[in-house]
Design a protein around this ligand. Structure first.
Ligand code: SAM
Ligand code: DTB
Ligand code: SF4
Length: 330
């Protein structure tokens, strides 16, 4: 990790107004890109991208009704429910991810919340993956305070829990858990001294104001998330969001750039949706300040680009995949 050159705290803000974020979005494209790239270079090596590999450790049959998600039991997608994966199989997948060059292994479960009866099995997975020399991340739905503490003890580096969208649009996406529930889980994660990974999804039919509202909610938390995944909706047949009008790709790049400007010291992750992005669009996202991505041929249940293809893209762009240690929480 390069030295963090930005030592002025005034740039780390937690009082963003939606209107000023919209003003950033409204900048001419070249001006927005120039500003984002400048801030990016002040804080990070612009040619290094951190890579994480995902594994679904418990698939489908989820009690939540998230309108974008093929794993919800409320929708009729082709995803088949599978129980919690045995430890040896998880470790086998983690070894492969390490071999392919991932620095972080992220385990996702289609749960509304973590149950105490599953806590020790997940804790063992975290410890096993950590012992292999990988950074660990899990995303398990809502957590309670004692569960966050136990996961930290087991060796957890990051917890992923997304705000998904603005507070205003949220009710159009999910009805079974509240925005405040999500903020509560994130505060337990923060209090347990686990790094926070939190972002959202664009391309769900939300307005630009909603995208700005999501970014305001993320940046105005007491600390910026260390990692901010920006997902482009993967439209899956059988989910209520299949058939949503596609987002303008340049609006996606603008979202990355505004995220970089607002959270200058956070890793911004180019997340779901890369399968449908051109190499040129991804290159533009890196220019806009994205410096992390999901690497490996599957996300949780949907496809991600082939690792060979990603390696070629890194080579063509002169990108190195760094070990993504974060220097300081913002
Ligand atoms: N069940 C847990 C939860 O929701 O908290 C963890 C796993 S969940 C699949 C993790 C995140 O993946 C969601 O919060 C959402 O942001 C993202 N996601 C799920 N389905 C997606 C899709 N079709 N397109 C883009 N992002 C998606
Ligand atoms: C995140 O923000 N995106 C990842 C990860 N965190 C867990 C998940 C994307 C899921 C895309 C749909 C699927 O593959 O099921
Ligand atoms: Fe369940 Fe997570 Fe999918 Fe929502 S996003 S339905 S909580 S697996």
């Amino acid at each position: 990790m390069p030295e963090n050159k930005l030592n002025s705290d005034q740039l780390i803000r937690h009082d963003w107004q939606v209107e000023e974020i919209e003003a950033l979005y409204n900048l001419p494209f070249a001006d927005l890109m120039y500003r984002a790239q400048t801030v990016h270079r002040e804080n990070f090596d612009p040619n290094a991208v951190q890579v994480s590999t995902l594994l679904s450790i418990k698939t489908g049959g989820c009690a939540e009704d998230c309108g974008y998600c093929p794993q919800s039991a409320h929708h009729e997608s082709a995803v088949k429910a599978e129980p919690l994966m045995p430890l040896d199989k998880v470790l086998e997948n983690a070894a492969q991810a390490k071999e392919s060059g991932a620095s972080r292994f992220c385990m996702g479960a289609a749960w509304r919340n973590l149950k105490d009866r599953d806590l020790e099995r997940v804790a063992d997975m975290v410890t096993g993956v950590k012992d292999m020399g990988l950074e660990t991340c899990v995303t398990l739905g809502m957590l309670e305070e004692h569960q966050a503490k136990r996961l930290k003890e087991a060796g957890l580096d990051y917890y992923n829990h997304n705000l998904d969208t603005s507070p205003e649009f949220y009710g159009d996406v999910i009805s079974t858990r509240t925005y405040q529930d999500r903020l509560d889980t994130l505060s337990y994660v923060r209090d347990a001294d686990i790094n926070v990974c939190s972002g959202g999804i664009v391309g769900m039919g939300e307005t630009r104001q909603d995208r700005a509202g999501l970014l305001a909610s993320l940046a105005n938390m007491p600390s910026h998330p260390e990692s901010v995944p920006i997902n482009l909706l993967v439209q899956v047949e059988g989910t209520p969001m299949a058939g949503t009008e596609n987002l303008d790709p340049l609006e996606f790049v603008r979202t990355i750039a505004v995220t970089r400007l607002m959270m200058p010291k956070s890793f911004v992750r180019l997340s779901a949706g890369r399968e449908h992005m051109s190499d040129e669009l991804q290159a533009m996202c890196f220019l806009a300040g994205a410096n992390s991505m999901f690497y490996g041929e599957k996300l949780l249940t949907t496809d991600n680009p082939d690792t060979d293809h990603d390696q070629q893209l890194f080579d063509r762009l002169g990108i190195t995949t760094s070990i993504g240690e974060h220097s300081s929480a913002a």
